[in-house]
Design a protein around this ligand. Sequence first.
Ligand code: GDP
Length: 532
Amino acid sequence: MALTIEQELLKAVSKRRNFAIISHPDAGKTTLTEKLLLYGGAIHEAGAVKARGEQRKVTSDWMEMEKQRGISITSTVLQFAYSNYQINLLDTPGHQDFSEDTYRTLAAADNAVMLIDAAKGLEPQTRKLFEVCKLRSLPIFTFVNKMDRPGREPLELLDEIEQELGLKTFAVNYPVGMGDYFKGVYSRRQKAYHLFDRVAHGKGEVPEIVIPHGDSTIENYLDGDLYEQTLEELELLEEVASDFDLEAIHAGKMTPVFFGSAMTNFGVRLFLDAFLEYALPPTPRNSTLGELEPTYPDFSGFVFKLQANMDARHRDRVAFVRVCTGKFEKDMSVNHARTGKTIRLSRPQKLFAQGRESIEEAYPGDVIGLNNPGMFAIGDTIYLGKKIEYDKIPSFSPELFAYLKNPNPSKFKQFQKGVQELQEEGAVQIMYSKDDFIRDPILAAVGQLQFEVVQHRLLNEYNVDSRLEPMPYGAARWVVDGWEALEKVGRLFNTMVVKDAFDRPVLLFKNDWNINQVKADHPDLRLSAIAL
Ligand code: GDP
């Protein structure tokens, strides 16, 4: 008997898990991704738009990995199958290509994996990305990496997460030793030690032995001191730690914590197994029709990322859509909520390593790449059936600001057009001085790469030169209650008042210290690092 569409969707959703990794550069995201892919048989990739030639630096971490390690996993989404699950891993660009895309990707994710370097603990980029996850109450799974090197005490790291992020922790596994003495982990789920064989050195799956708690053969593998110490710490953990609470995990209030070493492949599979068990399947999304379950029969999704190919020989653009409800099928005609137009999705793409391959169907939790003839903007909804629009993707505080100058007044019109279109597309935020006589747009970005992309595209697509004049600010805060509230407080020191693309007031600050000063002086002035 054929399945009804609801049954088909339920089946697809129940075995899908989607996540993004949040981490600071060098914590081991690339290495962990590589190891996770070891477990997924086929490597499917969606969204590889390759940069070539002089734009080589416009790459994602995965491209970098591809270059250095000779494997092809360049993409916006990696889809792999493991243990009866379809897993979608969304790329969160980092390093030099950290940009607003990194934040926006989290709008398409249902779960986040917070990857921490055991020696460094929480780092700035991780904290920033955590704030975005918190806004969406995403379940957060913590992997403490590099346990094969001397690091900080495990209990101290758990405490740091609790104190600084306000997240309860539940250590699902706990390390046995550290650095040269890292022998494996104790699984509190299975009440058993998983000891790994270091010889294999993480090239493939590492051999492991499993010894139940209380089994005396453990003494053949661990020296007495290490065993004693582990037992003591585990006892302490049982005393101070919260109980496992899956509801709190799903609400983003408790994080399951795993210890391991991506490089030597210690603890990665244990992590993946538990993750799949605890992670949320594709979740309902807020829309103008209320919260829509993924099993809602009509297809819908929203655009969370636009990518223009930087290679002049391939001038195509791709809009990445997170499928939220219903089933996507190739050649579908869908409605575009913002313009009211109908679009035939004739060339949906899922891009494999070098070449491209068209996809036939996709389900909630999946990401599809659509050829974008310039009609999509970040946050756009496409749908079938009753009209819906999903919640807008918020804007986050930029950290880099520069006036964009047009050295060639005769090209004023093209310059304006280019700036406006790039802003609408979400390539960068554009702000303007409050004083109308300064007409140069202010580019406001999260990462340096965004500036380069804007200048490059202005030149290539609009044929206009531009010059950047950096501004000495490092943070922006939106004035929540608008211009009137701002006027009430009178003159502010050490800030610049600007307006965003929607004429909303924004304050630019040099640093956090200046922000705190203004907050202290004007406790009634509500400021926000996020604009909804
Ligand atoms: P990313 O910037 O987060 O993608 O980090 P990479 O995966 O590129 O790793 C940064 C560096 O840390 C590389 O030199 C890795 O070999 C190393 N690394 C990653 N995971 C581990 C680990 O578990 N143990 C050790 N010792 N080094 C690691």
